[in-house]
Design a protein around this ligand. Structure first.
Ligand code: NDP
Ligand code: MG
Length: 326
């Protein structure tokens, strides 16, 4: 693990960093690095929504081409599925020997959609959390943890450069762990599919529907299977499973421990292993590439179905009533 004291930002003293994209991560990382005194320009498409946002935040905004040309370090923070196209069209030609291509997710390098020349550094500095938190914790004087990785070390100091960027973003305040593009990409995809985004929503949905189908009030079902989840996860986040078990009743502890394996069964774990294999073999990446080529038809269909779920309607109503959601 690397912390503030292990990292010297002097390696970035005469370097210009182009942050490409000003969305969730781009805005947070660019503003943090600028506030940390690093030399930042933002690369965007003219006429896009972000252009004025970045300008109004006091940053220098250039076209992607111009930013890539001027910068020593090009930090690509646009959606993963468009990075390869933007790289080909607007970044590649601006790369000079010894420049650094930097990412916050290893996807395009690991699966080979972006193939940079041998004479540039390839690195990753990735916050383990959403952009809003990257900015908020930085302003509070702390940071969120992150990952650092080097895929190609042409200049001989790529790790130092990436860590210095991480310090500028505030990540070394909380700790930065060294990894590889392969490990970061595969574990990130697995986490979001099996547990964080896929697994947890399916668990909530089935729990909610089971109660509603049995005739219980949807509002109560929502509180029970969705709202309370955050409170439980916060306990686990702070003090582990033990911290949660200590805080719930003995009845909840007994009931939870004795029933849980009937839900998430050995078959579920077998399926998790299959999902991981599909990621490792590149099958998921291929599926996602085809989906993008076709204009994201499945994603649009699934998104529409998700929006029609009763739990979403009931939840939205309740969250607005208590002011959680605008
Ligand atoms: P966003 O979807 O928030 O990125 C949106 C930004 O990309 C906007 O500024 C948009 O500009 C710009 N953009 C979109 N298309 C283009 C284009 N064709 N040319 C130039 N700019 C374009 O991305 P994220 O911040 O979610 O993700 C960025 C990277 O960070 C990804 O690699 C992701 O995996 C990684 N990451 C994301 C995390 C997160 O919390 N979201 C967490 C950790 C890593 P415009 O206004 O013009 O559309
Ligand atoms: Mg992720």
């Amino acid at each position: 693990m690397y912390y503030d004291k292990d990292v010297d930002t002097d390696v970035l003293k005469n370097k210009k960093i182009a942050v490409i994209g000003y969305g969730s991560q781009g805005m947070a990382q660019a503003r943090n690095m600028a506030d940390s005194g690093l030399n930042i320009v933002v690369g965007l498409r003219e006429g896009g929504k972000s252009w004025n946002v970045a300008k109004n935040d006091g940053l220098t905004v250039l076209s992607v081409e111009e930013a890539a040309k001027q910068a020593d370090i090009i930090h690509i923070l646009i959606p993963d599925e468009i990075q390869a196209k933007v790289y080909e069209q607007s970044i590649k030609d601006g790369l000079e020997e010894g420049n650094t291509l930097s990412f916050s997710h290893g996807y395009n390098i690991h699966f080979g959609y972006i193939k940079p020349p041998k004479n540039v550094n390839i690195s990753m500095i990735a916050p383990k959390g959403p952009g809003a938190m990257v900015r908020q914790t930085y302003e509070e004087g702390f940071g969120i943890p992150g990952l650092v990785a080097v895929e190609n070390d042409y200049s001989g100091n790529t790790l130092e450069l990436a860590l210095a960027m991480g310090k500028g973003v505030g990540l070394t305040r909380a700790g930065v762990l060294e990894t590889t593009f392969k490990e970061e990409t595969e574990t990130d995809l697995f986490g979001e599919q099996a547990v964080l985004c896929g697994g947890v929503t399916e668990l909530i949905k089935d729990g909610f529907e089971t109660l509603v189908e049995a005739g219980y009030q949807p509002e109560l079902a929502y509180f029970e299977t969705c709202h309370e989840l955050k409170l439980i996860v916060d306990l686990i986040y702070k003090n582990g499973f033990a911290g949660m078990w200590d805080n719930v009743s003995n009845t909840a502890e007994f009931g939870g421990l004795i029933r849980r394996e009937r839900l998430i069964t050995p078959d579920t774990k077998k399926e998790m292993k299959k999902i991981l294999e599909e990621i490792q073999k590149g099958e998921f990446a291929k599926e996602w590439a085809l989906e993008n080529q076709a204009g994201q038809p499945q994603l649009k269909r699934l998104r529409a179905i998700e929006g029609e779920l009763l739990i979403e309607k009931v939840g939205s109503k309740l969250r607005k009533l208590c002011g959680l959601q605008k």
